[in-house]
Design a binder for this molecule. Structure first.
Ligand code: SF4
Ligand code: SF4
Length: 378
């Protein structure tokens, strides 16, 4: 006899839990000046890169100081305490960690905002990433919590930052906002909507241990005739085929010409392996989510694959620097990478960058008009 289902009274959460607020109201975590001005902020003013003044119709003024966080917002508790101390000493006891990799500290005067900036720089961080600058580089978590990482995105992000501080602080001017995303694999958590996007990618099909691969397959030909092995089923492009031998044993073939190097087969079978020398990234350009210029666009493949070599990651850093140089030289004021690419054409960008055109980045096959505006009446 099947067990009687629990009544709704029996499964109800304890009363004290039902009284809790989920999520905790954010107003509880706001300084008084913000709480009493909700709905009253009417204007704003910039004070150099990374400091913005918010002006309320009540006469109150508030200042946000924006600093670049660590790649993937990985902080030691010691560093967090230093930020908290700065927020307490010079600010209003308020910290915000943005989803795109910045730390924001609130202050109640320009003088105190400048003191926050000085203190942040003294602990080794930079204030910036606002307006026509490089904004915080967005990095996925990669190996630290993810099982599908191809490259260590936070380390690549660090290498990029090491070369690009003047773009972040505004010391070297840029034509417009610049957003760079680094993803550990083609899944591209965080989205393909950055001006420049690096995504971890294998430059070749995987291989497998011919003996151990049977541990990921049905035990014999008879079973195989009834099921599709998971390692074959997960392949999005049918690049894996399974077969039975006359002796009843089973095996697979990986068809290199079809494989797109997505890594899904490896996710479900530990006996699929990659050649470590083929670990690299794809470089994409021209994505953005804002409605300026050509509107929101997805990024397009510029370089299908280049190797990554820690710790300096010279190849991807050089490509990103070159893209920025070409964009700075050719863009009109206020023109994001996507708008620049749309105006001059992808072919011109390829030529300016001297990127060889291959199967996966032929300009003629790239639709530079993709975006919500494509769906609007003309
Ligand atoms: S982009 Fe890939 S490696 Fe990075 S978190 Fe997402 S799935 Fe993991
Ligand atoms: S890496 Fe992706 S495309 Fe290539 S064989 Fe494995 S599942 Fe298929």
């Amino acid at each position: 006899m099947s067990p009687t289902p629990a009544s709704s009274a029996e499964v109800r959460a304890p009363t004290y839990r039902l009284k809790k607020n989920v999520p905790v109201p954010y107003t509880q975590n706001l300084p008084d000046i913000v709480r009493r001005n909700i709905g009253h902020w009417t204007d704003r003013k910039y004070h150099g890169t990374g400091i913005i003044e918010h002006i309320s119709d009540t006469g109150d003024h508030l200042f946000t100081v924006k600093a670049g966080a660590t790649p993937n917002a990985r902080f030691s508790t010691e560093t967090l305490r230093k930020f908290a101390q700065i927020a307490d000493d010079q600010g209003l006891g308020s910290l915000r960690f943005t989803r795109s990799g910045s730390v924001e500290i609130l202050a109640d005067s320009l003088e105190r905002a400048l003191a926050v900036k000085k203190a942040v720089e003294e602990i080794g961080f930079f204030v910036g990433g606002w307006g026509h600058t490089l904004w915080s580089v967005n990095s996925c978590t990669s190996y630290l919590t993810c099982t599908t990482a191809v490259v260590d995105a936070p380390s690549i992000t660090q290498a990029l930052y090491d070369q690009m501080v003047p773009y972040f602080t505004g010391e070297i001017p840029l034509p417009a906002k610049l957003r760079i995303n680094v993803a550990g694999c083609p899944t591209a958590c965080g989205g393909l909507v950055a001006d420049i996007m690096l995504a971890g990618h294998y430059g070749a099909a995987p291989s497998y241990d011919p003996d151990k691969i049977r541990l990921c397959l049905p035990t014999n030909a008879k079973v195989l005739s009834h099921v599709v092995p998971e390692v074959q089923m997960v392949c999005p492009v049918n690049a894996i085929e399974s077969f039975a031998r006359p002796d009843g044993s089973v095996g697979i073939n990986i068809i290199e010409k079809k494989c797109i190097g997505c890594g899904r087969c490896k996710d479900v079978c530990d006996h699929i392996t990659w050649d470590p020398s083929k670990v690299g990234v794809s470089v994409l350009i021209g994505g953005k989510s804002s409605n300026t210029g050509v509107g929101p666009t997805l990024a397009r493949v510029l370089v299908p694959w280049i190797p990554v070599r820690p710790p300096k990651y010279r190849e991807p850093v050089a490509v990103v620097r070159k893209i920025i140089d070409v964009w700075r030289a050719g863009a009109k004021p206020g023109e994001r990478v996507a708008d620049y690419v749309n105006r001059v054409g992808m072919k011109t960008v390829f030529e300016a960058l001297k990127v060889p055109v291959g199967l996966w980045n032929r300009p003629a096959e790239l639709n530079t008009g993709f975006g919500v505006r494509e769906f609007l009446p003309r």
